[in-house]
Design a binder for this molecule. Sequence first.
Ligand SMILES: NC(=O)c1ccc[n+]([C@@H]2O[C@H](COP(=O)([O-])OP(=O)(O)OC[C@H]3O[C@@H](n4cnc5c(N)ncnc54)[C@H](OP(=O)(O)O)[C@@H]3O)[C@@H](O)[C@H]2O)c1
Length: 275
Amino acid sequence: MADLGPNTIVITGASSGIGKAAARLFVDKGWNVVATMRNPAAEKDLRESARLKLVALDVQDPEGPKAAVAEAIKAFGRIDVWLNNAGYGAFGPVEAGTPEQIRRQFDVNVFGLIACVQAVAPHFRANKAGVLINVSSIGGIMTVPAFSVYNATKFAVEGLSEGLWYELGSFGIRVKVIEPGAIKTEFGGRSADVWDLSRVPEYAPFMDKVNASRARYTRNSSSPELVAEVIYKAATDPSDRMRYPAGPDARQFIPLRRLLGARRMMRMIKQRFQL
Ligand SMILES: NC(=O)c1ccc[n+]([C@@H]2O[C@H](COP(=O)([O-])OP(=O)(O)OC[C@H]3O[C@@H](n4cnc5c(N)ncnc54)[C@H](OP(=O)(O)O)[C@@H]3O)[C@@H](O)[C@H]2O)c1
């Protein structure tokens, strides 16, 4: 890749958190960066430059990903790495979610991501090169109470990525998955879709326990910059390694989940949450 000038990365959801930290890091490393976001006009931190371009992309827009690929190629000639980072967490028991809330969670975290893969894969195949990076989660490997639908989307991202590893790998395209633990971003703030319990008040005691445990757990959240460093490592790793846990909690709990298996891990989590 290096002999063709600076590498180019396209990032979805670059207006905030992990996506924004990745945009900054890759610019610092000398890459061309296409920072896509739903509303570039509102962006205050990332400034366009010769090596940074802001592009509008809502991953729920069916035409959005293809247009973003075209804009990135127009700006920098080619795409070397595509980072599927856009996503958010729906929080609450399954019974509390409206059909629209549940569908939007899958639309953004799974179907939007798939649309981006379909948009960029022909370019990667034509180049016989490229790195596709999907941001999953520790929650793509193990479950956390009251994140059932979010967990379902990230388990989907894990399965999808394994499938893509075979498919795209056959064309020389590397597929990588980032599995962050708890990270200090807008994930738990303005981005969170906290479901209204008034539909099912019977869950109030369960949610009280979940909220208490969650507050303890997220106190030790890592920085988005730490995840950006892991993304950079994955983007530049020539090996066929697929999974990259990010953060001390992810590096602790993901191997523990593998060691214990689902049954014992779920019992342990139930006990820790005092459910
Ligand atoms: N923070 C954590 O603890 C954690 C842990 C594991 C995994 N993750 C994953 O990391 C990724 C990034 O999240 P974050 O922690 O950086 O949270 P964040 O600060 O809330 O950033 C989320 C980004 O996704 C964007 N987004 C949401 N819906 C979108 C859509 N329809 N189209 C395009 N962009 C959209 C947001 O854009 P707007 O600014 O327009 O809302 C924002 O840029 C997500 O996939 C998340 O699931 C986070």
